[in-house]
Design a protein around this ligand. Structure first.
Ligand SMILES: [Zn+2]
Length: 237
């Protein structure tokens, strides 16, 4: 074996030893740690490849714990059903998502999927939620049809300096984070009040007082999403 390929296989071994799987209801997440930090990062929709690519690059230069869903698709299996993983963070939200996505599933199949999620939820959240005062940043990509306008009716405050690019925006649950991030030139909404429980991480974060930032960008717009993320890193502690 050539020296370079030996070095390469040693590196892969080291990387795989550092990457511990985490799971909830059978949904697996890869965990990558870069140093010690209260920062957490989450990639939860497997089809949102721009967000995954950006976060993989980001972890090379930023300290924190990074969670990547082990999927290439948006919906993931739980038992005999499929769920949107950004609807699994509360029991009510998960039940709604399971019923909507699996209209032909029996009540027993829905209940079994809910039980699988409930079994792991609190342990999973203890790992993913940052320590007190820490920040969790999630990265999402959207396709045509969803943009910042959809979030305005349920927001406490909005700052829209870039109305021509409504698909690129930030959602924050902490008022101070919202004000700091509002120095940027991108669209941002504050959602600190608890709204209708859809099981998303933002609703969970608002209900538990967790500092949470969601960076949304159009699928494929790596440079814009990176620009927003880099700006946030420069103004948020
Ligand atoms: Zn998403």
């Amino acid at each position: 074996m050539a020296a370079s390929s030996l070095a390469l296989s040693r590196r892969s071994l080291l990387l795989s030893a550092l990457s511990r799987p985490l799971s909830i209801g059978g949904i697996r997440f890869f965990v990558e740690k870069n140093g010690r930090s209260r920062r957490r990062y989450l990639h939860i929709h497997g089809n949102e490849s721009t967000a995954r690519d950006l976060l993989r690059d980001h972890l090379k230069s930023h300290k924190g714990t990074f969670f990547f869903v082990d999927s290439q698709t948006r919906h993931v299996p739980v038992g005999a059903c499929l769920i949107d993983p950004n609807r699994m963070f509360t029991a009510l939200g998960a039940a709604r998502s399971l019923k909507r996505i699996n209209p032909s599933a029996s009540p027993a199949q829905i209940d079994a999927a809910l039980a699988l999620l409930a079994h792991d939820r609190e342990r999973f959240l203890r790992t993913v939620i940052p320590p007190h005062g820490g920040l969790l940043i999630a990265l999402h990509n959207n396709s045509e049809g969803y943009n910042v306008q959809d979030e305005i009716p349920t927001s406490d405050q909005v700052h829209l300096p870039d109305p021509d690019h409504p698909r690129d925006f930030v959602l924050a649950t902490n008022e101070e984070d919202f004000h700091r991030a509002s120095r940027g030139s991108f669209n941002i909404v504050l959602q600190k009040s608890v709204r209708s429980d859809d099981g998303s991480f933002s609703v969970l974060a608002a209900s538990r007082g967790i500092r949470y930032i969601n960076v949304e960008a159009a699928l494929g717009n790596y440079s814009k999403q990176k620009e927003i993320l880099d700006f946030l890193e420069s103004v948020l502690a």
